[in-house]
Design a protein around this ligand. Structure first.
Ligand SMILES: NC(=O)C1=CN([C@@H]2O[C@H](COP(=O)(O)OP(=O)(O)OC[C@H]3O[C@@H](n4cnc5c(N)ncnc54)[C@H](OP(=O)(O)O)[C@@H]3O)[C@@H](O)[C@H]2O)C=CC1
Ligand SMILES: CC1=C(/C=C/C(C)=C/C=C/C(C)=C/C=O)C(C)(C)CCC1
Length: 315
């Protein structure tokens, strides 16, 4: 059987875990998944979700994207070092005013989210070029194309990914390789909880009153509701990604959340770049009541469609 070898990073939770399981459970058994994580003692949830695929179409391996030796050891352990599809998923968030963040914290975000991919590519790209076959799939974010209040460093790390991939994609074409950026909006995972909990702990004394107030009473106040209304499940992102994997001509960019696309469309609608910035500003500071009402309206629609789905099922 001509199975494609898929290597995924960051599979201990969230999108990486869902991707590994969804791809390994492919009915046509088109893939052999190497689901990696930096800390193998966190493998239990993946083992449980993988079920019968474990040892068949899914294997778990150690890989820390911040450690070149661990990437090399993992790739060396694969039959013929072959990776047909690399899914670079491992990542971390960071929110808050930059005045309250240390350069060390910021470097750790860049090291994981951006240099993590660079390290993987340095190890895997030369083999793909030699074989003239391969697909690199990067879990970016809507923040890879559009900055959001108090996500300055995280958005910068995702913009860096996108610039890197956009440049490499031209070279990749020469070798018949594909690169795809998956751009989810908010997804309900550990990421959301970790980022929020860290946000609550920030010592805001280094920020001025206006900034501290904006972070607490605008950003943090809306955060949970945004995830509740616009948030996707990791399984949903995994379904979108599998569709991209099986395409003959996969797109370079793919947004997974149609509720979020009106926001990102603003970026492409105005070459001056003012439109998205002014719209975000107005949403937060001038039309905050309309904004909250819209979120509540989406929530109501979702509640009603879930309720009618339950009724249909019970009939
Ligand atoms: N959740 C969201 O709203 C969105 C997330 N994304 C992106 O999706 C990706 C996955 O995040 P998500 O599933 O939500 O969050 P999770 O926190 O659930 O998962 C992040 C994964 O990355 C792993 N990781 C972190 N650092 C390293 C490292 N140095 N080496 C290997 N693995 C590492 C974590 O491992 P460990 O358990 O050891 O920490 C974990 O497995 C990230 O790139 C994120 O930026 C994009 C858009 C929205
Ligand atoms: C939409 C929106 C907001 C927040 C959006 C958030 C919180 C998005 C999170 C996206 C994530 C987590 C992507 C991960 O890569 C604000 C600024 C509160 C108000 C203006 C409108």
């Amino acid at each position: 059987m001509n199975q494609k070898v898929v290597l995924i990073t960051g599979c201990s939770s969230g999108i990486g875990l869902a991707l590994a399981v969804h791809i390994a459970k492919d009915e046509k058994k088109r893939f052999m998944v190497y689901a990696t994580m930096r800390n193998l003692s966190k493998a239990e949830p993946l083992v449980e979700a993988a079920g019968r695929t474990l040892g068949r179409t899914l294997e778990i391996k150690q890989l820390d994207v911040c450690d070149e030796a661990s990437i090399k050891a993992c790739v060396d352990s694969l039959p013929e070092r072959r990776v047909d599809i690399l899914i670079s998923n491992a990542g971390m968030g960071l929110i808050g005013p930059i005045e309250c963040q240390s350069i060390e914290e910021m470097k750790s975000v860049m090291d994981t989210n951006f240099f993590g991919l660079v390290r993987l590519m340095k190890e895997i790209l030369p083999d793909m070029k030699r074989r003239k076959k391969g697909h690199i799939v990067v879990i970016s974010s809507v923040m890879g194309i559009q900055g959001i209040l108090f996500n300055d460093i995280y958005a910068a790390s995702k913009f860096a990914l996108e610039g890197f991939c956009e440049s490499l994609a031209i070279q990749a074409l020469r070798f018949g390789l594909n690169i795809s950026l998956i751009e989810p909006g908010p997804v309900i995972t550990e990421f959301e909880r970790k980022v929020y909990d860290e946000g609550l702990k920030i010592d805001l004394s280094k920020a001025d009153k206006v900034t501290a107030d904006m972070f607490t009473n605008v950003y943090l106040k809306n955060y949970k509701q945004i995830f509740e209304t616009l948030g996707q499940t990791p399984e949903d992102v995994a379904e979108h990604t599998l569709k991209i994997l099986i395409m003959d001509n996969p797109p370079f960019r793919h947004q997974t959340n149609t509720l979020y696309t009106p926001m990102t469309t603003l970026k492409y609608a105005d070459p001056n770049g003012d439109l998205p910035i002014e719209t975000f500003y107005k949403m937060v500071f001038e039309h905050d009541k309309v904004f909250t009402a819209s979120l509540n309206f989406i929530k109501l629609l979702q509640w009603r469609s879930r309720k009618s789905f339950k009724l249909e099922k019970s009939n």
